[in-house]
Structures are given as structure tokens and as C-alpha cells.
Design a protein around this ligand. Structure first.
Ligand code: HEC
Length: 121
């Protein structure tokens, strides 16, 4: 009965735990770096949504169903609509019938989109 045969395993075990601990510290450091990069990215995104271009978004999202000039396709024409601004905002935000919600939830953006639709003649 000399050395406990388990001791070398315990040493390796402790070493492993130590390694994991140091790696997670290193990871936290990287996480901070990534987080600060994201902060920069967010500033840019905020600028983008301040410059929300309803016409460009409509070209991207709406014309597939409402026609190239939004005068009607498989969805009804939007030119000269009799809907109120709030109705349009609600439809764009939540969808209506077979029209899916359009993924625009920011009130200022919904506002801009409704204004754009109402400006169509
Ligand atoms: C997947 C096809 C589809 C897309 C994309 C789509 N719509 Fe529609 N939209 C429809 C359909 C279909 C209706 C009719 C729904 C009903 O009355 O049941 C409709 C109805 C509407 C109405 C109500 C019109 C009325 O006179 O009742 C508005 C306003 C409208 N859409 C705006 C938009 C805007 C703005 C976009 C882009 C941001 C958009 N839609 C994208 C299919 C679509």
C-alpha cells in the first residue's frame, strides 16, 4: 500500500478543470470584444431604420403580390385606396386574409409605409 493509484487521475482531472476555466475566461474576453463590435453595428442599424425608405421596401416586399406599380396583382390595388392610415398600418403589421404580416413592426416605419401607400395616385 504505497501511493494511492487514483492520484494521477485526480491530477489530470484538476488540470482539465483548470484548462476549461482558463479557456472560459479567454472566451469571456472574446465575448466582450464581439459585444463591442455589435454595439458599433447597432449604431449603423439605427441610422438605417431612421432612413427607412418606404418606397424601396415596398418594391422589395409588396410588389410581388400587389403588382409592380402596386395597382393590383393577386392582392388588391393599393393606388387610391380608401383605407385609413391606421388600417394600412395594421394590415402591413399583422397581415389580412391571405396576406401575411410583412415583418415591419416599428411604428415609425409602419407610419412611413402607410404614408407612402396613401401618396400613390
Ligand atoms: C404574399 C402576398 C402579399 C404581400 C407580399 C403583400 N400583400 Fe398586401 N395583400 C395581399 C392580399 C391577398 C390582400 C387582400 C387580403 C384580403 O382582403 O383578404 C392584401 C391586402 C392589402 C391591403 C388592403 C387593401 C384593401 O383594399 O383591402 C393593404 C393596404 C396591403 N395589402 C398593403 C401591403 C403592403 C404595404 C405590402 C408590403 C409591405 C403588402 N401588402 C404585401 C397580399 C400581399
Amino acid at each position: 500500500m504505497g501511493k494511492n493509484p487514483v492520484v494521477p487521475y485526480l491530477l489530470i482531472f484538476a488540470l482539465g478543470i483548470g484548462l476549461i476555466f482558463f479557456m472560459s475566461l479567454y472566451g469571456l474576453d472574446q465575448k466582450k470584444e464581439i459585444a463591442s463590435q455589435n454595439d458599433d453595428g447597432k449604431t449603423e442599424e439605427t441610422t438605417d431604420s431612421a432612413e427607412f425608405d418606404a418606397e424601396a421596401v415596398a418594391q422589395g416586399k409588396c410588389i410581388g403580390c400587389h403588382g409592380g406599380d402596386l395597382s393590383g396583382g393577386m392582392g388588391p390595388g393599393l393606388v387610391g385606396t380608401s383605407l385609413s392610415k391606421d388600417d394600412i398600418k395594421a394590415i402591413v403589421k399583422d397581415g389580412k386574409g391571405t396576406m401575411p404580416a410583412q415583418g415591419i413592426t416599428d411604428d415609425a416605419e409602419l407610419d412611413a409605409m402607410a404614408d407612402y401607400i396613401l401618396s400613390l395616385k
